[in-house]
Design a protein around this ligand. Structure first.
Ligand code: MN
Length: 279
């Protein structure tokens, strides 16, 4: 060792020499890390049965293979809409039954992991929870596929250390999701770190996907960022879409209409073809 720092144990999250990409399967038909790029669509929050089912149908028609939707919402202000909680989970399950799309939804509290895991096909750890270590341990123990978002202030190394908590608990089904970080620039909500995707595809064997919606915070830039994500090598896209964005109770400004979501699919498919992948 030339460094004075003690050697860190990074055996699980980091790619060992020659180690192939890890594939993470969700439901019967979705596989992260394979040639086909996984497109996930749906609203920021579950708001009603009609809203989630109609949005699910729309994104499925436009090429999405998984449904997103928050039942527990970590909001910056405690007075903002906090989600429909258990009721929202049941609505997600109903939307899955009607469309066949597996569900990814956020779990906020270690005490809810079992309850959310009984319904969700994949557990999302949100940006604000990326270093909630008891929660990471709990989703590790659950064995369910985990979508681990990057914190807005988390370095790549800290993010992989967070993944290590899940892996160390015996759960190898971890998908990393870049969603924009805070930088000096204030033009958009966050800055999409496409560098992180390139770096991660090299240093970890875990699948890496991109959330262009929270990076941009503005529907006008989501399609362009999604194209960039596919070009840099992302294994999937997590995109906020709403059947009526103007009525959305959270993140209305970055939600795509079904028509815009279709446009995203068409353009990203062209980029995927250009780099020898499918979507
Ligand atoms: Mn959102």
């Amino acid at each position: 060792m030339t460094s004075a720092q003690p050697e860190k144990k990074k055996a699980l999250a980091y790619r060992q020499t020659g180690q192939p990409d890890t594939l993470v399967n969700v439901g019967a038909n979705v596989c992260f890390g394979a040639e086909k790029i996984v497109l996930i669509g749906g609203p920021c929050a579950v708001e009603s049965q009609k809203q989630i089912t109609d949005t699910a149908r729309a994104v499925a028609e436009a090429g999405a293979v998984m449904l997103r939707g928050g039942a527990w919402k970590p909001r910056t202000s405690p007075y903002d809409f906090q989600g429909l909680k258990e009721e929202g989970l049941l609505m997600l399950a109903q939307a899955r039954q009607e469309t066949g799309l597996p569900i990814v939804t956020e779990v906020l509290d270690p005490r809810d992991v079992e309850k959310v895991g009984e319904v969700a096909d994949m557990l999302q750890i949100g940006s604000r929870s990326v270093q909630n270590f008891p929660l990471l341990r709990e989703v590790g123990i659950s064995g369910k596929p985990v979508l681990l978002k990057r914190g807005m202030m988390t370095t790549i190394e800290e993010w992989l250390d967070a993944a290590e908590y899940v892996l160390a608990a015996g759960n190898s089904n971890v998908v990393l999701c870049e969603r924009g970080i805070r930088t000096f620039d204030t033009a958009l909500r966050n800055t999409l770190d496409v560098c992180a995707v390139a770096v991660l595809k090299h240093i970890t064997h875990l699948p890496v996907i991109v959330d262009p919606s929270h990076a941009a915070g503005d529907f006008r830039y989501v399609v362009a960022l999604a194209r960039a994500a596919v070009a840099v090598g992302a294994d999937g896209l997590l995109v906020e879409s709403h059947w009526r964005p103007a009525e959305a109770l959270s993140d209305a400004n970055q939600s795509l209409t079904p028509g815009q979501f279709q446009e995203l699919t068409t353009e990203c498919r062209a980029v995927a073809t250009a780099i020898g992948r499918t979507l």
